[in-house]
Design a protein around this ligand. Structure first.
Ligand SMILES: Cc1ncc(COP(=O)(O)O)c(C=O)c1O
Length: 429
């Protein structure tokens, strides 16, 4: 049965109206998947300076105020291309970019544009519950889960699934407007919920499978620029860089979705799609499909913020904040997480995936943590399609300030210890 929107909001946890990020007394909600208010520090000033710059120095404000260019305000795309080239360390051209209203907007747009009801959509399992909601429950697409392990989406499993269903699905649904046989959706870097990044070997294999089976491969790279290890560390390369245009076998099969939601503020509702020019052109008919143009006004302000170097400074600052939080959280986990449980140490993003024992009832553990220890966790099964879920919980370090976060992790470890002792005493009685 389709889940109701309010159940999803609860699971995605974007609904935060007050700043609780410094409050110890309340339940500490390690489910919160959005930036805490302290990460917005400096953003109002940044936006004021950028708005003033935009409104006083642009000669093309009519392009901002009109329905405008369907792929986005040109100056934004130009500045974004420079920013991404610097930040990713690989060339990004403005002709390969389209402005969006954020990552979830982009996933919806791409799926609506390119995927009909008979085309299979392969989704890494587990995955971001917002994608499950869009692809499965709202668009009613033929969503097929693909296993994951510590190297990311299991390309061997994907290949088996492709071999199994290719001939039965047939190719009648492939048309000029919907030229792909199927789609793959994943978060290849610093995944939500697992924190895992796809290995280079699997990235290459995924691109090869895309070529062999005529797939559009969509990586939600919303966390790609939030990485926290090393001194002069660059992010894990995006999947799209494995679809190299100088390769003789190149077909242009990968899209990379980005967003300013976690880099600046989700309320801006500005993001982008990076992809082959041909695909960007096809996508440019999406705004009318979705009932309107993309947001030229906030993207014009961001164009100025990027031009003035303000976004770059902010991103450097929040990387430091998140990196320090992650270090503090891992220290507590290393000291206090029960030895029977383990966690995947992420190198970026917002999430830590904690593996529990098979005999743990995850819902009971989450209830105990919430009711007795005042800390809420996301049960791993919320991120799975189908019934086969690994026994895990997801915690985030994006929302709370360090001190509260550390307290939350301590409470969680306390709850886990108590749960395990009750399991042990049940077993002996
Ligand atoms: C993987 C993933 N994609 C998309 C989103 C939402 O992004 P946006 O606010 O850009 O729509 C989130 C977080 O909430 C996320 O974790």
């Amino acid at each position: 049965m389709a889940k109701r929107a309010d159940q999803y909001l609860e699971m995605i946890d974007h609904h935060i109206d007050e700043d609780n990020s410094r409050v110890m007394e309340n339940t500490i909600r390690l489910v919160a998947g959005s930036p805490g208010f302290s990460c917005f520090q400096g953003v109002p000033e940044l936006l004021m300076e950028a708005t003033k710059h935009c409104m006083t120095s642009r000669s093309d404000l009519n392009a901002v105020l009109s329905y405008g260019n369907p792929v986005g305000y040109q100056k934004f795309l130009d500045e974004l291309a420079k920013f991404l080239t610097d930040e990713y360390g690989t060339k990004v051209s403005c002709s390969n970019l389209m402005a969006t209203g954020g990552s979830t907007w982009a996933i919806t747009a791409i799926a609506r544009m390119f995927v009909g009801t008979s085309a299979p959509v392969f989704v890494s399992n587990p995955t971001f519950n917002g994608s499950i909601m869009i692809l499965k429950d709202e668009l009613h697409l033929n969503v097929i889960p693909v296993q994951m392990d510590d190297k990311g989406i299991d390309t061997g499993n994907l290949e088996e699934l492709l071999e199994d269903i290719f001939s039965s699905v047939g190719t009648d649904h492939v048309t000029d407007n919907r030229p792909y046989w199927g789609m793959v959706s994943l978060i290849s870097n610093y995944d939500n919920p697992t924190g895992i990044s796809l290995s280079p070997e699997r990235s290459k294999r995924l691109v090869d499978l895309g070529r062999k089976y005529n797939l559009l491969v969509v990586s939600d790279d919303i966390y790609s620029l939030l990485y926290y290890t090393g001194d002069k560390y660059l992010p894990v390369p995006r999947l799209i860089t494995y679809d190299d245009s100088s390769d003789p076998a190149y077909q242009g099969r990968v899209l990379s979705i980005g967003s300013f939601s976690k880099l600046l503020a989700p309320g801006l509702r500005v993001g982008w799609i990076e992809g082959p020019e041909r695909v960007i052109q096809l996508l440019s008919s999406v705004p009318s499909l979705l009932g309107g143009s993309v947001c030229h006004y906030p993207s014009s302000v961001l164009a100025s913020a990027l031009q003035l170097g303000l976004v770059q400074d902010h991103v450097t600052r929040i990387r430091e904040i998140y990196g320090s939080r992650l270090k503090a959280v891992m220290k507590v986990l290393d000291e206090q997480l029960p030895a029977a449980f383990s966690y995947i140490a992420p190198k970026g993003g917002y999430f830590i995936w904690i593996r529990l024992l098979e005999e743990v009832n995850v819902s009971d553990l989450c209830d105990l943590c919430e009711t007795k220890f005042n800390v809420s966790l996301s049960p791993g099964h919320a991120y799975y399609l189908g019934d086969k879920a690994e026994n895990c919980v997801r915690i985030t370090f994006g929302y709370y300030e360090e001190e509260v976060l550390v307290e939350g992790i301590k409470r969680m470890c306390g709850g886990m210890r108590e749960y395990l002792s009750s399991l042990a005493s049940d077993a002996t009685s």
